[in-house]
Write a protein that binds this ligand. Structure first.
Ligand code: SF4
Ligand code: SF4
Length: 430
């Protein structure tokens, strides 16, 4: 089949592992840990103190600037406000709530006017739930009146992860309603739902709703990693290329993940803030792989226990997928708004060799969807040559891992790119 974007790879997808279990069990833990940073931008400041009683949906953190609030995901008592482990940041200030299992919720009137709806998006704590965690209200405001094509991203191209697929199979209507509501709010001319062709049941479900939502176009794309990356997706659907260091809106597009749309629907239709999401628990090292509805702040350890526990030979637990995820050394980290998967592996499939050597085969160049030269980036990042990294556009690397996946020398490419980016950031801050 014709390629719709340059580069990319075909990893072993292993999606069927977590889609066998039909029920979507809801996990409500004894304690939730609500980190103050769950989005790109300014972190929240705690709004509660130890001993305070809180209701589900109550704001427990907020701040000014590019920030969206965080909410209590259970009702109960605040037992700590302190630094806690975080799945992507290492550690972060967090509000810890002891669950009273009453599930008493703050009354949440649904917004009616346009201004109320825009305000509700922020107050509901919306962020991109596909992994990026960009504040959704900021993206909506940026798109307002400028967006031609609004795209719902259901590609979910990372191996193992089936959270969006499960959402579409069980609650597609929430996604489609969310698209209609947000599309009207930002005045989008076209609404497109993009899905890869390996999600057969989800595609059937969306097609069955076609008559009710004639304005929404379904685009079924050939499965290829990283199709779900914004630049690749926009190119696959519209043929338009987003210039380096620009956003999709620069070519008239706005991309939101399907889980984000379902949450937008719940915020704007019912007034419910973002307090739960679907999380895939999968991999060869977990006893009962499946998808759960999880309260934000639930520790990984509790979820793994409900999924039957880990195999004794587990080598890695990852927040996210095997290509872009972050390995965890502490299972007390909580699910945050962008956590779509907890992946438990017997061996690290993309692990680097002990003494990695570049064979100069050029395979990494052929698969890089951003047209970068990973072999040189690796060499210059290791040598700390920042001018060369700038010239070769390391900043455009989206850390998709396609180069590392294909590299026969098993070089730790992405790890070194992350270090290189950090050095560049520190140098420019100086
Ligand atoms: S260099 Fe970056 S963008 Fe290119 S394949 Fe490697 S990780 Fe992906
Ligand atoms: S794929 Fe690996 S071994 Fe081949 S050129 Fe790239 S970095 Fe070197």
């Amino acid at each position: 089949m014709k390629r719709l974007f340059f580069g990319g790879v075909h990893p072993n997808y292993n999606k069927e592992m977590s889609t066998q279990e039909p029920s979507l069990q809801v996990i409500t833990p004894k304690q939730v840990i609500i980190p103050m940073q769950q989005h790109i931008g300014v972190p929240c400041l705690p709004l509660v103190k130890v001993g305070d009683k809180v209701l589900r949906g109550q704001k427990v953190g907020d701040n000014e600037g590019m920030c969206v609030p965080v909410h209590a995901s259970v009702s109960g008592t605040v037992v700590a406000v302190e630094e806690r482990p975080h799945p992507t940041l290492g550690s972060c200030m967090a509000v810890v709530i002891e669950n009273d299992f009453q599930d008493s919720a703050v009354p949440t009137p649904a917004p009616t006017t346009r201004d109320e709806k825009l305000n509700a998006l922020r107050e509901g704590g919306i962020v991109g739930m596909g992994g990026a965690a960009f504040p959704g209200n900021v993206k909506a405001l940026t798109a307002m009146g400028k967006v031609e094509i609004m795209i719902a991203n259901a590609c979910e191209c990372e191996p193992y992860i089936t959270a969006d697929d499960t959402l579409l199979r069980t609650s597609a209507q929430q996604v489609l309603e969310g698209m209609m509501i947000l599309g009207e709010l930002v005045e989008a001319e076209r609404l497109v739902l993009a899905v890869e062709d390996n999600k057969v049941q989800a595609i059937e479900t969306i097609r069955s709703l076609n008559e009710k939502y004639p304005k929404i176009e379904l685009k079924v794309l050939p499965t290829r990693y990283p199709q779900g990356a914004e630049k690749q997706l926009v190119q696959a659907i519209t043929g338009r290329q987003i210039p380096p260091r620009q956003l999709p809106i620069s070519v008239g597009c706005a991309v939101f993940n399907v889980s984000t749309f379902a949450t937008i629907f719940r915020i704007l239709h019912y007034g419910y803030p973002l307090t739960q999401r679907i999380v895939t628990v999968s991999g060869e090292a977990i006893a009962e792989p499946q998808n759960f509805v999880v309260r934000i702040g639930t520790p990984f350890r509790d979820i793994i226990e409900v999924a039957g526990g880990l195999n004794d030979k587990t080598e890695r637990v990852i927040n996210g997928g095997p290509m872009m995820g972050v390995a965890q050394d502490n299972l007390d980290v909580p699910v945050v708004k962008a956590t779509n998967s907890i992946l438990c592996l017997l061996k690290d499939q993309n692990g680097a060799a002990e003494n990695p050597v570049c064979l100069r085969c050029g395979k990494c160049v052929n698969v890089c969807p951003m047209h970068l030269q990973p072999l040189y980036l690796y060499r210059f990042a290791n040598a700390g040559r920042l001018e060369e990294l700038e010239r070769l556009n390391l900043v455009d690397c989206m850390e998709c891992g396609s180069c590392a996946f294909t590299c026969p020398g098993k070089l730790p490419l992405v790890e070194v790119f992350r270090k290189g980016k950090k050095m560049m950031k520190e140098a420019s801050a100086k």
